[in-house]
Design a protein around this ligand. Sequence first.
Ligand code: AQP
Length: 330
Amino acid sequence: MAARVFSGVQPTGNIHIGNYLGALKQFVDLQTGNDCIYCIVDLHAITVPKDPSELNSAILDVAALYLAVGLDPGKSIVFVQSDVSGHAELSWILMCNSYTGELSRMTQFKDKSRGNESAPTGLFAYPVLMAADILLYDTDVVPVGNDQKQHIELTRDIAIRVNNKYGEDTFVVPEGRFLKEGARIMALDDPTAKMSKSAENPHSSISLLDDEGKIKKSIMRATTDSDGEIRFDPGSKPGVSNLITIYGAFAGMGAADVEREWAGRGYGDFKKALVEVTIDSLRPIQERYAEIRSSGDLITTLKDGAERAGAIAEKVMVRVKDRFGLGAAG
Ligand code: AQP
């Protein structure tokens, strides 16, 4: 039987090659032979204040990028999270079945709130919303970058806890899917931190929509080391290893093959080749994006996706409410 696949991306800024290599590429590969649902998770984006018109435009940017990288609405459901009310509804039910202790241990909350007492409650609770996103569709597989491992574990813990209390088949217990190569692309200016949309230095990441000049500058400035050897060793050579991972992911090669191809050559030439392979890989995505983003069909695709996703979600909500004894019919 086809597996149900669910994942999402936040419309919080420029989608970068980390998002692409860690998550979006998997989304595309999984479309064949699986039953895939891909979401633009806009409710997650408001955990920090957002300008409404910028947010709305960012939602459409991510939707257009989804289609530009190869998501096919004929094969997969593509929709916006807040267009299906079950996400917020299930999130509340799960919130009542999760512990403040386990949420306090989430590293993303600790990083983003930095102990600030006026950090929004949504920032604390959003891993539960993520669990709701996944459990709402009886998801078997969640393709994500490995920064999401902790959140997938939490989702599994909550699902198992609810199943133990309210019946084994209340939720499908999902599995995360993490790639071997590309699951964590590091920042170009600081290869000990993950590449992130919200980084201040524009040269720490490469956006899927960056022009050739920007791509060249960011890669040529990327932090390396002084030993001059193109060798994959994330522990002692994090910068060079990150560049090897990116090169390999775009060129379709493993790290060992990249090392062999570049043995005895210098960082300058390697970076120039990386610029080329990055530009060549992003060019067709950028061309398709320009067409899709300006077409009126995008909204129709998203509305149709929300209807199809909503029909699946509604069935799961009826089952969950019944198990919990919620509602007049319960
Ligand atoms: N550096 C990364 N390497 C590999 N995969 C990554 N992902 C994110 N960063 C990397 C994966 O991309 C998917 C979508 O991420 P998201 O938009 O939901 O949020 P995020 O993980 O919080 O991404 P950012 O870029 O770091 O955003 P900000 O700066 O807004 O927090 C996920 O599958 C994620 O694993």
